[in-house]
Design a protein around this ligand. Sequence first.
Ligand SMILES: NC(=O)c1ccc[n+]([C@@H]2O[C@H](COP(=O)([O-])OP(=O)(O)OC[C@H]3O[C@@H](n4cnc5c(N)ncnc54)[C@H](O)[C@@H]3O)[C@@H](O)[C@H]2O)c1
Ligand SMILES: O=P(O)(O)OC[C@H](O)CO
Length: 342
Amino acid sequence: MKLEKVALVGSGNWGSAIAKIIGNNVQLYPEFDNEVKMWVYEEFINGQKLTDIINEKNENVKYLPGIKLSSNIKAVPDLLETVRDATILVFVIPHQFVKGVCNQLKGQILPHAKAISLIKGFDVNETGICPMTEVIAKTLNINVSSLSGANIANEIAEENFSETTIGYRVREEGELYKRLFETPYFRVGIIDDVIGVELCGALKNVVAIAAGIIDGLRLGDNAKAAIIRIGLLEMKKFVQTFYRGIKEETFFESCGIADVITTSYGGRNRRVAEAFVITRKPFEHLEKELLAGQKLQGTLTAQEINHVLRRKGLENEYKLFTTVYRIAYQGLPPERLVKEII
Ligand SMILES: NC(=O)c1ccc[n+]([C@@H]2O[C@H](COP(=O)([O-])OP(=O)(O)OC[C@H]3O[C@@H](n4cnc5c(N)ncnc54)[C@H](O)[C@@H]3O)[C@@H](O)[C@H]2O)c1
Ligand SMILES: O=P(O)(O)OC[C@H](O)CO
């Protein structure tokens, strides 16, 4: 039997948590090769290469400290070496880096490789939005599935119970990925809606910024619930406006309502937005100050959404998305959030 060989493109907070799961699961199923290469965007920690530290300690001390990875996870600083012999590419990098990474991978992967994107974000162009699965699929000419859910990486790394959703086009691939990712504490649902799953994951980051603003303003839980409800409606309308064939059920999977809730209470976007209201420091300063190298996705996504809405004359139909953009980029006082969306 030809074995499936997995490569991880990314090793941040979520990338490392998922490496822990994949490292264990490839050893449980005979269809997978036991060695998993993980691409690390190289950096130095106290003069030592992060890749060397990960390989020596089996721990990503910068992005997921205190969590052991199995020794079959091999940190590799060379992107092309990471993917050269892989049949499954797991993309898990902040969305702003995907185009650059894919351009480097062009012509450098196995022709029969396939991919799954765990990324929460999208790109935009003159005509509208470009989901990450489409950027990857078009650049590399391969089939791409998506995985997204109510998944705060640190909680999953601690093996606390959670669920996730895989969006597939080819059912066998959905089932293969379920075996690769599922554990007793990380339950995987699969649905044939690649774009719906991934766009929910991208858009919820903007709702999380609004939720953090509500927290910073100390407006309480009822206000937060209202933001979650309004945000979910805007997410649904946005996805269904820009894409045909998105399933209604997708919004009730982990990638939909559950992710909006978790992100509005426990995520990095929420935390940084709350700090923004309290300190009034710019988001990019707070990202550096509070996230220790991890990346904030919600403000950038608000900007990308606004680019599309403005071009289409739809800003007024998405009041929450538009107001988050104006607060983050145009100096609108956060106190105006509620007034602008009612
Ligand atoms: N952290 C979570 O809880 C979580 C959960 C679910 C989904 N996600 C999503 O997964 C994706 C990856 O998030 P993460 O938490 O693993 O990353 P992260 O926020 O920890 O990001 C930092 C990563 O980006 C890398 N990086 C920095 N500059 C780079 C460059 N120029 N090119 C390539 N890589 C560079 C860093 O080396 C590091 O690995 C994001 O889309 C995020 O929204 C995150
Ligand atoms: O920490 P955040 O805000 O990037 O959110 C993390 C996950 O996406 C929550 O599901």
